[in-house]
Every structure is written in structure tokens, then in C-alpha cells.
Design a binder for this molecule. Structure first.
Ligand code: C2G
Length: 127
């Protein structure tokens, strides 16, 4: 079984997130999402519209997602990769290069971001 891992806030889930999750799942058989906790979002200088528990429940309903784990620090990735026997680490290409240190432990794939959609665009439209 090929395990894929990705991380993110996934707030106000939109097609950019879904297309990332779809392509990530296509790289293996089992997709784990490290979902940023509300506290970690503060560390990322991001605040999410929806709290962690709701973002988790929504992600768990996505057919591409097999497991959701909390992301609470920047430096949990190596231990997550080892603990979950991850074969492929995936992020959108706005992160290109940032996680190359994981190449010692698993494949690292940066996927093209979907243009013209983001949580901040959606929040702006809501305002
Ligand atoms: N994404 C995308 N296209 C968009 C918006 C987002 O492909 N239009 C991707 C991002 O590149 C990321 C994932 O969807 O891989 C989740 O996006 P965010 O929730 O914004 O995640 P981010 O805040 O970048 O958190 O440790 C890593 C961080 O937790 C990543």
C-alpha cells in the first residue's frame, strides 16, 4: 500500500483544495492529511474562518481523504512520515523547495496550484 501525506489549513474548502487532494490521492492508495490546528494557524499567521473540528469533519467527508491528523508544529513532518510509513509527501507548488529535506525519507512532489481560487478570495467576496 502506497501512503501519501499532505498538510494544510483547508479552510472554506474549495476546488483548489479538492483538486490538490484528488491529485495527491492519485499518487498512492491511502491519503493522510495533516490539518493545521487553530493554534498552529496562529503560528502560520493565518486565522481560519472555521474551527479545527469543523475543518476536520469536512475533510473526512472528502472521498480522496483516508485519515486526518493534527498539524500542530512545523517540525512534526519527519516523525509523521516515519510513524505513518509515508511513501510520498505532496504540497502545492507555492511550497516548492520548502520541504526538500523530506527527500531523505520519502518522495516529495509539488503539484501546481489551481489558479484564481483561494480562501482569502472567498472571504473577500463574502465581505
Ligand atoms: N492549494 C491549491 N490551490 C489553491 C489553494 C490551495 O493547490 N488555489 C493547495 C495548497 O498549495 C496546499 C493545500 O491546497 O498544498 C492546502 O492549502 P492551505 O490550506 O492554504 O495550506 P497552507 O496554509 O499552505 O498550509 O505545513 C504546511 C502548511 O500547513 C500548509
Amino acid at each position: 500500500m502506497k501512503t501519501v501525506l499532505t498538510y494544510g489549513t483547508f479552510d472554506l474548502l474549495h476546488v483548489g483544495h479538492i483538486r490538490l487532494l484528488e491529485r495527491a490521492k492519485a499518487l498512492g492508495d491511502y491519503l493522510i492529511v495533516g490539518l493545521s490546528t487553530d493554534e498552529f494557524n496562529a503560528v502560520k499567521h493565518k486565522s481560519s474562518f472555521l474551527p479545527y473540528e469543523q475543518r476536520k469533519e469536512i475533510l473526512e467527508a472528502v472521498k480522496y481523504v483516508d485519515k486526518v491528523i493534527p498539524e500542530s508544529t512545523w517540525d512534526q513532518k519527519i516523525s509523521d512520515v516515519k510513524e505513518h510509513r509515508v511513501d510520498v509527501f505532496v504540497m502545492g507548488d507555492d511550497w516548492t523547495g520548502e520541504f526538500d529535506f523530506l527527500k531523505m525519507h520519502c518522495d516529495v512532489v509539488y503539484l501546481k496550484r489551481t489558479n484564481d481560487i483561494s480562501t482569502s478570495i472567498l472571504k473577500g467576496r463574502l465581505r
